[in-house]
Design a protein around this ligand. Structure first.
Ligand code: ASP
Length: 355
């Protein structure tokens, strides 16, 4: 082989090596924070419905999708390994603190949280209110465990990482990626108990799509997230004020409502019928509780539409707050965060309109 030709080959190799390592350096750093759920679950049969959620550790969840390394520099951490029906404030605080730390130290360009689908919308909204950075935070999970026929976890995780890595995902708040769709944290809700197309946002629809990792957005979330706001958590926040939810129904026994109001809770979300309506007897109990210092939010058990101020209920007279279009479970989260800031009622009401 002549020397000139050999030199050319060496130079080509150097260029190739350089461009491969530059591409690796330029790849976004995505932290996968695992919390459990069906995406980490497994069953004995590929066609049976029985399975156990939250059995695989984060390393196994990531290793199941080797294609992730083509789109991002992935690191994994186990926050907890639970079914999301066991999710609680303690894990939310841990998640928020870790995500804020990862962004503050420049250790991640985006975060993906693997999570059970049952309470995914709640964790998403909590983080939407408490992550103080505009970088992408994406929640994903699966409706079928990895052992099932047509399991959905691997594609959901791949798509979630693609959304977390996409430059146009910045400043859109926390998002949920499931079944090829991107939802904003405020409006997303689990609407099917078993189907892989389980999530939707009844008021606004998805804000984007992701197809085999190709991300496109068609809308922006219309409400704020707290990288601009007063709801950020202090570093010493270890718990939040207790807030309960009561679900209204025809013939509800107001004594049960009264008993719950007297348990020492600091706030109550009443998921009333229609436009958040309580029965006459329940209204009397809520009015008394509000007078005694309990913060009462009127939400609705109806899946669509806002709860409006001073409609059939004179909220101004009783000192009630309305949920606007927040679901009862998300109203509880906003109320817990507002109460730990000791905000006055008009300021809390404004938060329900703004966030
Ligand atoms: N119960 C499971 C959970 O929320 C369901 C799921 O992940 O789809 O952890």
């Amino acid at each position: 082989m002549n020397k000139k030709f050999l030199n050319k080959i060496i130079i080509c190799h150097i260029f190739l090596l350089l461009s491969v390592s530059l591409a690796a350096v330029a790849m976004p750093k995505i932290s996968v924070l695992a919390t459990g759920g069906t995406i980490a679950g497994s069953g004995a049969s590929s066609t049976g419905s029985a399975y156990k959620a939250a059995v695989s550790p984060v390393e196994k969840v990531i290793a199941a999708v080797p294609e992730l390394s083509n789109i991002a520099k992935i690191s994994g951490e186990q926050i907890c390994n639970i079914s999301s029906q066991d999710m609680k404030v303690e894990y939310w605080l841990k998640l928020a603190a870790r995500i804020n730390q990862l962004f503050r130290l420049g250790l991640a360009d985006g975060v993906v949280i693997t999570h059970g689908t049952d309470t995914m919308e709640e964790t998403a909204y909590f983080l939407n209110l408490t992550v103080a950075y505009d970088k992408p935070v994406i929640l994903t999970g699966s409706m079928r465990p990895g052992s099932a026929l047509s399991a959905d976890g691997a594609m959901n995780l791949y798509n979630a990482v693609a959304v977390a890595a996409a430059p146009n995902s910045i400043n859109k708040g926390v998002m949920v990626v499931m079944n090829d769709r991107v939802y904003s944290a405020r409006g997303v809700k689990k609407c099917d108990t078993i189907n892989p197309a389980a999530f939707s946002d009844q008021e606004n629809g998805p804000i984007g799509r992701v197809n085999y990792g190709k991300v496109s957005f068609n809308a922006r979330p219309d409400k704020r997230h707290t990288y601009q706001s007063a709801l950020k958590l202090g570093i010493f926040t270890a718990s939040l004020p207790e807030v309960a939810i009561i679900y209204g129904y025809a013939g509800i026994n107001s004594e049960i409502v009264e008993a719950i109001c007297n348990t020492g809770i600091k706030g109550l979300v009443y998921a009333g019928v229609g436009n958040g309506n309580p029965s006459e007897e329940v209204l009397a109990v809520l009015a008394k509780a509000s007078e005694n210092g309990l913060t009462v939010v009127r939400a609705s058990r109806v899946p669509g539409g806002p709860v409006t101020l001073d409609a059939e209920v004179d909220d101004t007279k009783y000192g009630f707050i309305v949920s606007d279009s927040l679901t009862p479970q998300k109203s509880r989260i906003l109320l817990m965060l507002a109460l730990q800031k000791n905000l006055a009622k008009p300021a809390i009401q404004q938060l329900f309109f703004d966030y």
